[in-house]
Design a protein around this ligand. Structure first.
Ligand SMILES: NC(=O)c1ccc[n+]([C@@H]2O[C@H](COP(=O)([O-])OP(=O)(O)OC[C@H]3O[C@@H](n4cnc5c(N)ncnc54)[C@H](O)[C@@H]3O)[C@@H](O)[C@H]2O)c1
Length: 299
């Protein structure tokens, strides 16, 4: 029996360590040929060596994923080495956590640049190549539960929300070429996860999660068995495979001719206002029914 990704050519951005490295190893173990992209070429080359040890094909490429030219260079590298591109995994990422009031615009831009711009550039370069060669390929973007809101991560949660929404739109537009677009919200103990802090601002040491555990579901989505899956976001890694609900309107009020302020004052609280959504990853009950009140200033 041949491996599920036999003959497929894949690119993984940020494949030099952490979750990206796990993706590269799993794609290779399942038959794919892999281009390991990373800004840190030395780490990418170590992953290439590990894949070659397994008897699979791999090559490293440091091209800049945050520019169209760099993304095109990366895709061209894959086509030159392996004849085409079937799978583009937009995984590279950085975190620059700080509470909103203290976050600098440079910290905001840096995170948006790698995650959002990097995903846009690489997805577009891959899709153009797939369209040109008639390859019915797949693009995997990387989301995070941080998009629900996470203390100290205005930049990162904005980036992940943008990536999730981009995934929906790209999936709608690219299906006509047979190209699928999905996102994964992974989990793993990595250099980045070691920087995650709780709402108390303290580092939270999580139990070890093998980053390679994200790979099997990734391989399944990328395989021909996953040919019907597009526009979806999956929470994967550790012991999980979750489907994320798409954002949608829930409870509401409708009135012919529209709502006057008086009508809203009369109806809003009992129809909607008593069912406000909880905030953040932990999904604690909505805590502000008594009002959003400033904390007393420290004297
Ligand atoms: N670790 C987790 O639990 C977790 C949870 C949710 C989402 N994620 C996401 O998974 C992805 C991987 O994160 P990780 O935890 O493995 O982090 P990591 O820091 O261990 O690895 C990220 C890799 O990306 C590379 N990189 C950074 N900027 C780059 C650039 N401009 N071009 C190419 N490569 C670049 C880094 O050199 C590094 O090798 C990220 O998108 C992250 O947001 C991780």
């Amino acid at each position: 029996m041949s491996a599920i990704l036999e003959g497929k050519a894949a690119v993984v951005t940020g494949g030099g360590r952490g979750i990206g490295k796990g993706h590269c190893l799993q794609l290779a173990k399942n038959g794919a040929m892999v281009v390991v992209n990373d800004i840190d070429l030395e780490e990418a080359e170590k992953v290439v060596a590990e894949i070659k040890e397994l008897g699979a094909k791999a090559t490293a490429c440091k091209a800049d994923i945050t520019s169209i030219e760099g993304a095109e260079t990366l895709v061209a590298h894959c086509v030159k080495e392996f004849g085409k591109i079937d799978i583009m995994v937009n995984n590279a990422g950085i975190a620059k956590d700080r509470t909103f009031m203290k976050m600098t615009i440079d910290e905001f831009d840096a995170v948006m640049n790698v995650h959002v711009r990097g995903t846009f550039c690489c997805a577009q370069a891959a899709a153009k190549s797939m369209k040109e060669t008639g390859t019915e390929g797949v693009i995997i973007n990387t989301a995070s539960a941080a998009q629900f809101g996470n203390f100290g991560q205005t930049n990162y949660s904005a980036a992940k929300g943008a990536i999730t929404s981009m995934t929906f739109t790209m999936a709608m537009e690219l299906s006509r070429y047979g190209i699928r677009v999905n996102a994964v919200s992974p989990a793993g103990t990595t250099r980045m996860s070691d920087t995650f802090k709780g709402a108390d601002g303290k580092l939270h040491k999580m139990p070890f999660i093998d980053p390679e555990l994200n790979g099997p579901m990734l391989a399944y989505i990328c395989s021909d068995e996953g040919k019907y899956i597009t526009g979806q976001v999956f929470g994967i890694g550790a012991n999980r495979v979750w489907l994320l609900d798409h954002p949608k309107y829930s409870v509401g009020m409708l009135k012919d001719g529209g709502w006057s302020l008086e009508d809203i004052k009369k109806n809003f609280k009992k129809a909607i206002g008593n069912r406000l959504e909880s905030l953040g990853i932990q999904k604690a009950p909505y805590p502000y029914y008594d009002g959003v009140k400033a904390k007393p200033k420290k004297s």
